[in-house]
Design a protein around this ligand. Structure first.
Ligand code: B12
Ligand code: SF4
Ligand code: SF4
Length: 386
């Protein structure tokens, strides 16, 4: 029932959300059966790759009563992270790292969660005795279809949520509660006949309109995947070392983006040179990325990605730091440095690899050397052809 008293409380919460720095607010019913069915289909098609958490919490994601018993409403929130023009010119600087726009400075989880909790406090003041749960990204909640139902935006063909006249450069968050609040009208799909995102995707990860196969997506390969990056995607990664924005860069709706007022999302001056990043030790990695989402992939994940990017750089300057990386204590980094040297030096990489890695024992590293040997048919008499 949209009683005036409830509407007043909702308006007060919306005003509080704006004061806390959220720029979109809407309410959805918690049951979204059509989206749940597609999510389960997505899981069955193995599109989640190694993201075990996407499977582990299937029951909760499929029915929010398992997250908050008696849940009746979901308050969905949007927070803009757009800070500067984002275009494809990063490809013209292959010796510099491309970092996805959302990760330029502070970790959004850390920025948003305290404010979400303050908004939750306000919810409890308005609805004394209610139960609630708050999430930003990491919870067992299908955030995009809920936000679509709440009228925040529609799920575009690249599968990100887009708002009319605003674009898609924003994060989502939500408050689940066991109080009935009047829902908003769902957003309407405005993609029309456009399919620019599908055409630009460097790895053809958008396997059908609205469907992303994570295993092909550079965002997954550089952030979520813990192990060796499949060879077939390494060249396509180019200089993208943390996430990928291509499908959003080309989206015409993002021409409406306005800069966020959130200073925590603006980039600080720091080197983007791949050869400098390749030389980060544990201490300097921790210092530089202490507050950044990049800390999640740890030094070994970042330098794995940087090695691939250096392999794609075509730059002779990349060779010395990659040779040094063959001595790194992390086999994952050594393995990708081997590949990168093969890309830069072709068969000439082999004498260097044989010398520097004469006592290598890690299977992943040995496999990379064997691949180069096979490529140049130089495996005869090799120490690595066990
Ligand atoms: C897992 C995950 C990923 C995975 C999988 C991406 C994906 N498309 O699901 C990976 C690692 C690849 C990823 C990448 C990115 N992510 Co992410 N990710 C998530 C997470 C944790 C879960 C999303 C999810 O439920 N996926 C499961 C699938 C089933 O969901 P879906 O894509 O929404 O699927 C819908 C459509 O596919 C649709 N569908 C329609 N027709 C059909 C037909 C068939 C046959 C099928 C199977 C499905 C289908 O059904 C589904 C339900 O509506 C959410 C946070 C959250 N808790 O929700 C953030 C989230 C979606 N990510 C976010 C961001 C910012 C990104 C990146 C932009 C980061 C970057 N720059 O690198 C990229 C974008 C890549 C892309 N094109 O999607 C934001 C998106 C904000 C927004 N504006 O939409 C979120 C919401 C985090 C947040 N709180 O802000 N992400
Ligand atoms: S984030 Fe990049 S790789 Fe992933 S779907 Fe979009 S364009 Fe493709
Ligand atoms: S690029 Fe085109 S098809 Fe893709 S999400 Fe944007 S409007 Fe939709």
């Amino acid at each position: 029932m949209d009683s005036p008293a409830v509407m007043e409380k909702v308006q007060a919460l919306q005003a509080r959300a704006v004061a806390l720095g959220f720029d979109g607010f809407g309410i959805a019913r918690p049951d979204i059966p059509a989206a749940v069915e597609k999510y389960q289909q997505w899981l069955r098609l193995e599109y989640a790759g190694e993201m075990a958490y996407m499977r582990r919490w299937e029951e909760k994601r499929s029915d929010l009563n398992h997250v908050l018993p008696g849940v009746q409403s979901v308050i969905c929130l949007r927070k803009n992270y757009f800070t500067r023009e984002r275009d494809m010119t990063f490809l013209e600087h292959p010796d510099e790292a491309d970092i996805s726009h959302y990760a330029l400075n502070e970790d959004y989880h850390d920025v948003m969660l305290p404010r979400l909790k303050q908004l939750e406090d306000a919810v409890h003041q308005e609805f004394a005795g209610c139960n609630s749960k708050v999430y930003v990204d990491t919870g067992p909640v299908l955030e995009k279809p809920l936000a679509e139902q709440a009228g925040i935006g529609w799920i575009g063909k690249h599968s990100n949520l887009i708002s009319e006249g605003i674009g898609s450069w924003y994060f989502l968050a939500e408050i689940l509660l066991d109080v009935w609040l009047p829902e908003n009208q769902p957003a309407v799909d405005r993609c029309g006949t456009c399919q620019d995102c599908i055409d630009i995707c460097p790895t053809q990860a958008i396997v059908a309109p609205y469907v992303v196969d994570s295993r092909r997506c550079i965002s997954y390969l550089t952030i979520e995947l813990k192990g060796v990056i499949p060879i077939e995607f390494r060249r396509a990664m180019g200089n993208r070392i943390y996430g990928c924005d291509d499908c959003q860069i080309v989206c015409p709706w993002n021409s409406y983006a306005v800069q966020t007022e959130e200073s925590a999302f603006y980039e600080q001056e720091s080197t983007r040179r791949l050869i400098d990043l390749m030389r980060l030790d544990d201490k300097s990695f921790r210092e530089r990325f202490r507050h950044s989402p990049i800390k999640r992939i740890k030094r070994r994940g970042l330098l794995r990605n940087v090695a691939v990017a250096l392999g794609n750089s075509g730059s002779p300057e990349a060779v010395p730091p990659l040779i040094d990386a063959l001595r790194d204590s992390e086999p994952l980094i050594r393995a990708h440095a081997v590949w990168a040297l093969g890309e830069l030096l072709q068969a000439k990489a082999l004498p260097i690899l044989r010398e520097k890695l004469a006592s290598e024992t890690d299977d992943r590293v040995l496999e990379e050397i064997r691949t180069i040997e096979k490529m140049f048919d130089l495996s005869k008499g090799s120490d690595f052809s066990r």
